[in-house]
Write a protein that binds this ligand. Structure first.
Ligand SMILES: Cc1cc2nc3c(=O)[nH]c(=O)nc-3n(C[C@H](O)[C@H](O)[C@H](O)COP(=O)(O)OP(=O)(O)OC[C@H]3O[C@@H](n4cnc5c(N)ncnc54)[C@H](O)[C@@H]3O)c2cc1C
Length: 416
């Protein structure tokens, strides 16, 4: 059994955990991130890097390096509603250095964060380390246990952070209460190749009974076919040709390649969950990102919120961690800072998913563009509002920690 003692141990190397690990290490706080997988390469789970995240990278001085990696830039979002086209969002007026959404596979983004974090000797990343237990003393979380290929790892830490996603084992072990908000839909994710004469824009298609979103990934379309909650069994029963036909009807230019969906393994089900913790912390433990609040896929803001939580947590907690005295008030300050943006975003998502998407999925009538939405087409300045909500979110965070003198080369034996 390996044993470690350090200031902060983060469970989960997703966007929230990796960004927090990076920021704390950069501020001089010894931090260990435990990730259960052997690498970051997994199924599609969102590739959107928002202008607010890009701004944080600018503040950290790593934006230019990031933008040198293969990515696509999207400056506007549109939707085909019935027979009409709606320009939804225009990012080109945001008060940020990057006025676009960047699309980059999430594993590349996480690799990039890991590479930058490893430049600090205070950072350790341990892959294939699955957190299975918390250690407590007098009701305070004092560490955790993880299984690794080399046996059980035991970590003592002043603070444990659960950043282990929406099925968080750590929040369950901590006995934190989850408020389940629910969603009327699930999403089927799939890829279809892209051809040179396809439309260029990333767009949504909404028509009688259907919502279909297509993200332009240059040589392929990452597609989301929205279905009623729990409806996948029925869709499978009807058969793959029926699903292919529906997709071809929604986006006729895809008709010549829907056969690429040759097997159900080409289609991944995302069971949409919307929930949040009533309290994000208990003594010695804080939850952030999806572990604190699973978001609806509407607006594609899950990664953004996870990153924002990490920045707020690092800003608030780094000084206390450096002193070696993290109190529950400090943890509560993180929740207070991030609870309003989370709740407000979820409220908006719930309105959209219940009043718009839920109804579209149920209707058998022809869909037309609602009058208030027509204003987005006739008054271009209005498109800045959705752009701000999607691109920056509510209460965007900024890196407040002092810039360290210089990074150091990684020296830890635990380093991946
Ligand atoms: C199919 C799909 C599509 C999505 N599309 C988008 C999108 O377009 N835009 C967007 O913004 N968001 C999208 N999301 C949501 C987005 O992926 C999440 O909101 C975001 O990744 C949350 O980041 P996180 O770091 O909090 O959690 P996660 O990304 O879930 O990371 C948690 C990490 O913890 C690890 N882990 C879990 N349990 C343990 C354990 N016990 N011990 C150690 N490690 C553990 C996991 O392996 C994972 O790496 C999508 C999600 C899915 C599933």
């Amino acid at each position: 059994m390996g044993e470690n003692s350090l200031r902060c141990c983060v469970a989960g190397g997703g966007p929230a955990g990796m960004m927090l690990g990076f920021l704390l290490a950069r501020a001089g706080v010894p931090v260990l991130v435990l990730e259960k997988h052997a690498d970051f390469l997994r199924d599609f789970r969102g590739d959107t890097i928002h202008p607010s995240t890009l701004e944080i990278m600018y503040e950290l001085g790593i934006l230019d390096e990031f933008l040198q990696r293969p990515h696509q830039e999207v400056t506007t979002l549109g939707a085909q509603i019935g027979d009409e086209f709606l320009q939804v969002a225009d990012f080109t007026h945001l008060p940020t250095h990057c006025r676009f959404l960047a699309f980059m596979p999430q594993w590349d983004f996480l690799d990039f964060l890991a590479e930058n974090a490893k430049r600090y000797h205070t950072f350790q990343l341990r892959m294939q380390a699955e957190v299975t237990n918390l250690e407590t003393e007098d009701g305070r979380v004092t560490g955790l246990r993880a299984t690794t290929p080399r046996g059980e790892l035991r970590v003592k830490a002043d603070l444990v952070v659960a950043a282990d996603g929406r099925h968080s084992a750590v929040r369950e072990l901590a006995g934190l209460e989850v408020v389940d908000i629910g969603a009327p839909m699930d999403v089927l994710w799939m890829r279809l190749s892209r051809q040179p004469d396809d439309p260029g824009q990333t767009l949504g298609r909404i028509d009688t009974g259907h919502v279909f979103v297509m993200l332009n990934r240059e040589d392929y379309w990452q597609c989301a076919f929205v279905i009623p909650k729990g409806g996948f069994t029925e869709i499978r029963r009807r058969g793959l040709p029926t699903l292919r036909e529906k997709i071809a009807a929604l986006a006729p230019f895809l008709r010549n390649r829907v056969a690429q969906l040759s097997d159900w393994s080409d289609i991944k089900l995302l069971s949409v969950a919307v929930d949040r913790l009533r309290t994000w912390h208990r003594p010695g433990l804080l939850c952030i990102g999806d572990a604190a609040h699973a978001m609806s896929p509407i607006g594609g803001v899950g990664i953004n919120l996870a990153i924002q939580d990490a920045v707020a947590a690092a800003n608030i907690l780094a000084p206390a961690l450096l002193r070696g005295a993290v109190e529950e008030d400090d943890l509560n300050a993180v929740q207070q800072r991030r609870e309003f943006p989370t709740q407000a975003t979820q409220r908006l998502q719930v309105i959209l998913q219940n009043r718009v998407i839920g109804r579209v999925l149920e209707t058998t009538e022809k869909i037309s563009l609602p009058l208030p939405l027509r204003l987005l087409n006739s008054i271009p300045a209005l498109r800045r509002v959705p752009a701000r909500f999607i691109g920056l979110g509510i209460r965007p965070e900024h890196v407040r920690l002092p810039v360290p003198t210089a990074p150091f080369e990684q020296s830890s034996s635990l380093a991946h």
